[in-house]
Design a protein around this ligand. Structure first.
Ligand code: ADP
Length: 273
């Protein structure tokens, strides 16, 4: 009976090992499939603008003696190259977000300072659409820029233990989207508030909103609610995927509320240092 027991035991262990092996295999296969999907997507995204550029360049050669046509096609070439540059920039950002070093060595950082930096990165886009950005801390409006001259004392500024880059990338992308998906002359509000032992950073816009059925998918790489519109107005479909990575890197969570035609609210929550 001892021998039989041993045989059964070994059989069971072998079964377990085989199950683990199978599990690893399918995990690896899933990973492979994801990697292939990603490369297919990237190739497609790169091919569209680069194909358009070479076509437009050919057209411009044919229309060389019509200055209006040359101006028009040159403008479109500029737009398509900007799209290419934006996509490459976002791909690098995504790579960085995925490769970000562990946050164990992160020092306590000022949420107000990093949020201001993220807002400042969007100043040009906000001005172009005359969108006002309002910053608040614990319910009180504070200047978006550090007041010049004397150092500002904010007793209730919050410290978080995160890397500066993932934090600012996350908030910068949310503000960028808020501006991008809002009509001119609206307001984007960025609120910082402490709730228990967590800090909540909220980006609220009065924009077009997100349909209910898309809410669960917007954090996926290359997902766009309206691909045709996105092609017109630019946008890589990578911003929110990067943001989510960065927030996770900071040890936080991100959530979204939105209603079509009313606006969207993105909320990041992080543990206070
Ligand atoms: P994109 O580069 O297209 O903006 P993102 O990953 O940043 O890519 O966002 C994915 C999609 O989610 C966008 O294409 C857009 O449809 C939608 N979206 C994101 N933020 C907002 C927002 N603030 N308001 C409305 N729609 C948004």
């Amino acid at each position: 009976t001892d021998m039989l027991y041993l045989r059964v035991r070994i059989g069971a262990i072998a079964d377990d090992l085989f199950a683990i092996f199978l599990h690893d295999m399918s995990e690896q296969r899933r990973f492979e499939a994801m990697r292939r999907d990603f490369i297919t997507n990237v190739s497609h995204e790169l091919k569209t603008p680069s194909g358009a550029i070479s076509l437009l360049a050919e057209t411009i050669t044919d229309a060389a003696d019509d200055p209006d046509a040359v101006r028009y096609f040159a403008g479109r070439i500029t737009k398509e190259s900007q799209r290419l540059a934006e996509l490459v920039h976002k791909l690098i950002e995504l790579q960085r977000a995925q490769d970000a070093p562990a946050m164990s060595d992160a020092k306590p950082m000022s949420v107000v300072a990093m949020t201001r930096e993220s807002i400042a990165a969007n100043e040009v886009q906000a001005d172009a659409k005359q969108i006002g950005i309002v910053l608040s801390l614990n319910g009180r409006v504070i200047p978006v820029e550090v007041p010049e001259g004397e150092p500002e004392t904010l007793d209730d500024d919050v410290l978080v233990r995160v890397g500066r880059e993932p934090f600012t990338t996350a908030v910068k992308n949310l503000v960028e989207n808020a501006i991008h998906y809002s009509p001119a002359h609206t307001t984007v509000s960025v609120g910082i508030g402490v709730v228990g032992d967590r800090v909540r950073i909220r980006v609220v816009d009065q924009g077009i909103g997100i349909p209910k059925e898309s809410l669960g998918r917007i954090f996926e790489r290359f997902y766009r609610v309206d691909p045709a519109r996105s092609r017109e107005t630019g946008g890589s479909g990578l911003g929110l995927a990067i943001t989510k990575h960065c927030v996770q890197e900071c040890g936080g969570t991100i959530s979204v509320w939105s209603r079509e035609g009313e606006g969207s609210t993105f909320t990041i929550e992080l543990p206070v240092a």
